[in-house]
Design a binder for this molecule. Sequence first.
Ligand code: GLC
Length: 439
Amino acid sequence: MKRLFIAILSVFALATTSQSQYVVDTTLLLSKNDMQWWRDAKFGLFIHYGLYAIPGRGEWVMWNERIDTAEYSHLRDKFTCEKFDAKQWVDIAKQAGCKYMVLTARHHDGFCLFDTKFGSYDARHSAAKRDLVAEYVEAAHNAGMRTGIYYSPLDWRYPGFFFPDLYRSNAEEMKKQTYTQVRELLANYGKIDILWYDGGEDNWLGFGGLMWNGSWYTRGFDKPYTGKFSWEPIKLNRMVRELQPKIVISQRSGWMGDFDSQEMAFKGKLKNNPDRPYELCTLLGGDAWGWTPKSATQIMNLDTCIQLLVKVVCQDGNLILNVGPRPDGSIEPAEVQRLKEIGNFLSKYGESFYSTRGGMYDDSWGGTTMSNNVIYVHVLKVPAYRVVNLPPVSQKVSSARYLRDNKKVTFDQSNTGVLLTGIADKQNEPDLIIRLTLK
Ligand code: GLC
């Protein structure tokens, strides 16, 4: 009876997205003011780098191929990082128009790019003999780039992750590792702007939990873990707030976090909470977050990158694009080239993205962003009859001009909407932007 009551109780305190379950506790949330820079930033660069770059079969290679942890750990002897240049990474992000970066300080394989005192499975004790997080944070700080760190509480080396009750003391050891290392990351490198958790939700324990009732079955990611172990995400993030009060915290620690994370598939604003900040994370290139040979060949084309950014920003979200550097630490030239192209576009049209809020979006032609007394109309597809029909605007539209050449656009404003007519051709522009000035 008591267990049933606990199970019912836990459901009320939990909220669920596809594979993430988290505790809703608004007392730890950043204020709107403290979230403003992140909402104004719109666009970030995600970097997945670690031992997994060496086999080049994605960041899940250890699990996917059930590689023995000891055998896998020998990869560090080959982890020379000879072309790892944090300043170059930060320059690439800046040239792309990214306002923040997030680097995988530790992924699910447990290997740390930073110098940890919790064991020595880290880059300092690898062929590289370097603290890559220290170099990254320093380079980002020197360039005025907002600095984010990805951390995975999940660690495949711990049987306690798979059977947190049977191997409870081992699971507690894994938890102690997380608290220790999160404290190291937030106490030893100066200001950190974003903490991007992954795999820290209780329902992820045991990957949806292998269970036994005379035969094996899985609990399923959608069902809460109800055993005795817990990451205690409120306690963890209280510690985080003590160390870095203004840090923006993602969702996957089991606490709701300051923003929702959408992965690969874009879902837009949260139906039940449209003002909740969210971020879409997806791959710029390759077929995994970590480097694979396809990182050099399979790259999102420029139009698609820009149109995705427009779709996300018009719906009030952020976009973070991922690259997986090569084993030597260099980023694929073709990905660098694409990022440069995005940067060229944003250097011309950034005003219609940064520090705006989303307006409306229509899959048939595009959408709008707004800031102060300006509405930006993003035409991704020139609509039939070259007409865009916008919803009513309370203020008076005083002018409508293309951002690219300042040429006039004919418009008619009434209380049923604003009609833009004679929309020009895009002429190879991924996004034809019209600036409406309001009085
Ligand atoms: C997924 C992947 C993980 C990656 C993360 C980034 O959860 O499994 O490897 O780090 O997405 O969003």
